[in-house]
Design a binder for this molecule. Structure first.
Ligand code: C5P
Length: 225
């Protein structure tokens, strides 16, 4: 059996994209299959954790033994995460849309004679930063992902500080990486302690190792000895 390194711990994980409606038939979204987040939920469950998976729209079955909260938009995801707290470990694996349309038209926007409509965007809440910066109920361990197409390590270090999280799992999703939607991932872990690069592995294996790694971390993000 799998070592029960997370027995008695509650883990909240976000996964998948968010869909931000423009009108009843159109939306803004990020590319995300949800595979890495779902694999993490399964690995945390297998390690004995109570798992809440806050999932955007994906084509994946609900993992048995995991509580799935299905959401559509970033604001719904933020609300569901809020409702799922407190927890011991928060992992933000979702590809949240950074912006949403300022107004969600009640009817389908029609093609007109005055050309394409202007789309005004407003910023979505940053769920990861919001959880990491909480005063009350700040989870002892907050983990974020950084999907970058260039300068992966530099961006990950900046993100660690900017979001206020304890660990950033950075991956290169640039052209040719085949990470987006693929079955494999190659990640670099960035914390205040430093970095470690892992070889390219199946997402299930990245998840298993990440859960083992996290279980060995103290709440302040330093490695337990
Ligand atoms: O800023 P960026 O989107 O690159 O950060 C990625 C990390 O932040 C991921 O862990 C993602 O789940 C999280 N995030 C979030 N809410 C947002 C944007 C990103 O939780 N609105």
């Amino acid at each position: 059996g799998v070592p029960q390194v997370l027995a008695g711990r509650k883990v909240v994980i976000t996964a998948g994209p968010t869909h931000e409606p423009i009108d009843p038939v159109r939306y803004i979204a990020n590319r995300s299959s949800g595979k890495q987040g779902y694999a993490l939920a399964e690995a945390a469950r297998d390690a004995g954790a109570e798992v809440v998976l806050v999932s955007g729209p994906v084509n994946l079955p609900a993992p048995p033994g995991v509580r799935v909260m299905s959401v559509e938009t970033a604001r719904e995801m933020a609300e569901a995460v809020e409702a799922a707290l407190p927890c011991d470990i928060f992992i933000a694996a979702a590809a949240v849309a950074d912006w949403r349309a300022q107004s969600d038209a009640a009817q389908k926007i029609k093609k007109g004679s005055d050309g394409p409509p202007m789309l005004a965007l407003v910023e979505n809440p940053d769920i990861l930063a919001g959880v990491a910066r909480r005063v009350a109920q700040r989870p002892p361990l907050v983990v974020g992902f950084a999907a970058e197409t260039e300068h992966v390590l530099d961006h990950a270090r900046v993100k660690l500080a900017k979001k206020g999280c304890d660990l950033i799992v950075a991956n290169d999703v640039g052209a040719g990486s085949e990470v987006m939607g693929g079955a494999e991932n190659s990640v670099v872990l960035v914390s205040r302690d430093g970095e470690q690069a892992w070889p390219r592995l199946p997402k299930s294996e990245v998840a298993r190792r990440l859960i083992a790694h996290i279980a060995g971390l103290r709440p302040d993000g330093e490695t337990a000895r």
